[in-house]
Design a protein around this ligand. Structure first.
Ligand code: LLP
Length: 436
C-alpha cells in the first residue's frame, strides 16, 4: 500500500489498480493507452472543500476560482460551474471552451502577462467578468477597447508582493523580478493603481497576487496577504480608494510522492482567514471579498495516466529503460521541470517487491523524453504490462502536444465507479485536419 498516495486509489481482487472504484486495467483494455483517467468525485470533493472553507474563513461572498490552465476541457467547466466556483482563464481558447458549455463569465477572471488586443476584444464581447491586468500597456489597451465598445470593464491589478515561496524556479511568480505583474517594492504598483482609478472605462475592483505553484509552506499565504493588505491600506489612506476584492492566487501543493506532505486545505484556509481578519482590523480597513485560484490542488490527484510497456532495455553495468507508448507529448513535466512522479505496475499491483531500477522513457525521438528516472518496478516487467503514472490530473492534458504527430490521449472520467468519455482520443485525421 506504500504507493497509495491518494485515498481514491486502491487495489482490487485481480491485483489491478483502481481509481475512484474503477478498474484502471479494464479501462485501458476498453479505451486503449495512453489513457488519462480522472476521478470526478475527487474533483468535486476538492471544489467543495475550497468553496466551504473560503465561505467560512472570509464570508459568503468569497469564493474560489479554478485555475483552468491546470486542466481545460468542456467537462471540467461543467463540473466547476455546478460546484459554484468561478474560473481563472488565460487565453481566448480557454474562454471559448468555458463559454461553449455556458459557464457564467461574470465569475471569470482573464489572466496572462500579454493579452493581445484580439483577446481583449473577444473577452469583452463575450462578457468576461474581470481582467487581471498585468501592466500599463495592457491597462491602456483595455481602457481603449472597452471605451470603443461602450463598456465599463471591471479589473483587478496583478501585483508582485516580492515573496519567494521556495518552490521550483519555473513556477515562482511573486518575486520582484518576475515577468508577471507590477512590483509593490519599486513603487510601480502604486503608480499603476492610481492610474487605473483615473481611467474612464476601467473599474478597479482590487488586487491580485500569485506567488508560485506547488507551495507547501503555509506561511506563504499569510505573508502574501499581509503585504497585499498593507498595500490596500496605503491605497485607502493616500487616495481614499476602497478595495472590493483581494485575489490571493493559487499554489497549494499536491502529493506526487509518498514523501510529500499532505496539505489540509480547510485548515490552511481557516488559518489564512483568521490572519486576514485580524490584520484588516489592525490596519483599520474593511476586509475585501477574497478570491483564491487553485488549479493543481483541485485536479492533480484526481488523475492518472496509463501506458502500455514496450521495450525493456537492459544495458549491463549502465542502466535500464522501460519505454512506454506515450511520453513528453502527453506529459512534458519531467522533461521541463524534472517533476517527480509515483509509478506503478497497474496490472500486477500484487507482484512481489519491486527490484528493477529503471528509467521510464517515452516514445518520442529525443533522449530527453523521459517520464521519470530511478523508478523501481518488478524484475519481470515485460512488454504488454500496464504502467500507471499517478497524480497526472493537472498540467498534463493541458500541456500535451502532438510532437512526433502523436494523437492526444482521451480523458475518461470516473464517477461513482462508472466511466464516461470526457475527451475523445485524437485520430490520425485530427492530427492533420488543418494541413492544406
Ligand atoms: N493563478 C495564477 C495567476 C497562476 O499563474 C497559476 C499557475 C495558478 C493560479 C494556479 O496555480 P496552482 O494552484 O495550479 O499551483 N506548468 C507548471 C505549473 C505552472 C503554473 C502556472 N500558474 C507545472 O506543470 O508544474
Amino acid at each position: 500500500m506504500e504507493k497509495m498516495i491518494c485515498n481514491n486509489l486502491s487495489i482490487n481482487s485481480a491485483g489491478h489498480l483502481t481509481l475512484g472504484g474503477a478498474d484502471t486495467v479494464a479501462l485501458a483494455n476498453k479505451y486503449g493507452t495512453p489513457l488519462y483517467i480522472m476521478d470526478e468525485d475527487r474533483i468535486r470533493e476538492r471544489c467543495r472543500t475550497y468553496k466551504t472553507s473560503m465561505a467560512r474563513a472570509f464570508g459568503d461572498k468569497s469564493y474560489p476560482l479554478f485555475a483552468s490552465k491546470a486542466a481545460s476541457f468542456k467537462q471540467i467547466y461543467r463540473i466547476i460551474m455546478e460546484e459554484g466556483l468561478g474560473t481563472d482563464l488565460v487565453s481566448s481558447g480557454e474562454l471559448y471552451t468555458a463559454t461553449s458549455v455556458g459557464f457564467p463569465l461574470a465569475k471569470a477572471y482573464f489572466h496572462s502577462n500579454n493579452k493581445t488586443d484580439a483577446d481583449i476584444a473577444y473577452a469583452i464581447d463575450r462578457g468576461v467578468g474581470y481582467f487581471v491586468v498585468d501592466n500599463v500597456e495592457e491597462l491602456d489597451a483595455i481602457d481603449k477597447i472597452a471605451g470603443d465598445k461602450n463598456v465599463k470593464q471591471k479589473i483587478l491589478l496583478r501585483l508582485t508582493p516580492g515573496i519567494d515561496p521556495h518552490t521550483y524556479e519555473a513556477v515562482t511568480t511573486g518575486k520582484v523580478d518576475s515577468k508577471f505583474g507590477s512590483a509593490i517594492e519599486t513603487g510601480q504598483a502604486e503608480q499603476i493603481a492610481k492610474y487605473a482609478t483615473e481611467l474612464s472605462n476601467i473599474v478597479l475592483y482590487g488586487f491580485h497576487c500569485h506567488v508560485g505553484s506547488q507551495v507547501f509552506d503555509s506561511d506563504v499565504f499569510l505573508r502574501a496577504s499581509e503585504i497585499m493588505l498593507d498595500f490596500i491600506a496605503l491605497m485607502s489612506k493616500k487616495y481614499g480608494f476602497v478595495t472590493r476584492e483581494l485575489d490571493l492566487g493559487g499554489g497549494y501543493g499536491v502529493r506526487y510522492l509518498d514523501s510529500d506532505p499532505e496539505i489540509d486545505i480547510a485548515e490552511n484556509i481557516a488559518k489564512v482567514g483568521t490572519h486576514v481578519k485580524a490584520y484588516c482590523h489592525k490596519l483599520g480597513i474593511d476586509m475585501p471579498e477574497i478570491r483564491m485560484e487553485p488549479g493543481r490542488s483541485i485536479v492533480a490527484d484526481a488523475g492518472l495516466t496509463l501506458y502500455t510497456a514496450g521495450t525493456v532495455k537492459r544495458i549491463p553495468g549502465y542502466k535500464n529503460y522501460v519505454s512506454v507508448d506515450g511520453g513528453m507529448a502527453d506529459n512534458p513535466r519531467y522533461a521541463l521541470y524534472r517533476s517527480p512522479y509515483t509509478v506503478c505496475l497497474a496490472n500486477r499491483m500484487d507482484s512481489t517487491a519491486p527490484t528493477f531500477n529503471c528509467t521510464l522513457a517515452g516514445r518520442c525521438c529525443e533522449s530527453g523524453d523521459l517520464i521519470q528516472e530511478n523508478v523501481t518496478l518488478p524484475a519481470d516487467i515485460k512488454r504488454g504490462d500496464m504502467i500507471a503514472v499517478l497524480t497526472t490530473g493537472a498540467y498534463n492534458y493541458s500541456m500535451a502536444s502532438n510532437y512526433n504527430r502523436l494523437p492526444k490521449p482521451p480523458i475518461v472520467m470516473v464517477k461513482d465507479g462508472k466511466e464516461y468519455i470526457a475527451v475523445k482520443r485524437e485520430s490520425l485525421e485530427d492530427i492533420c485536419k488543418n494541413d492544406i
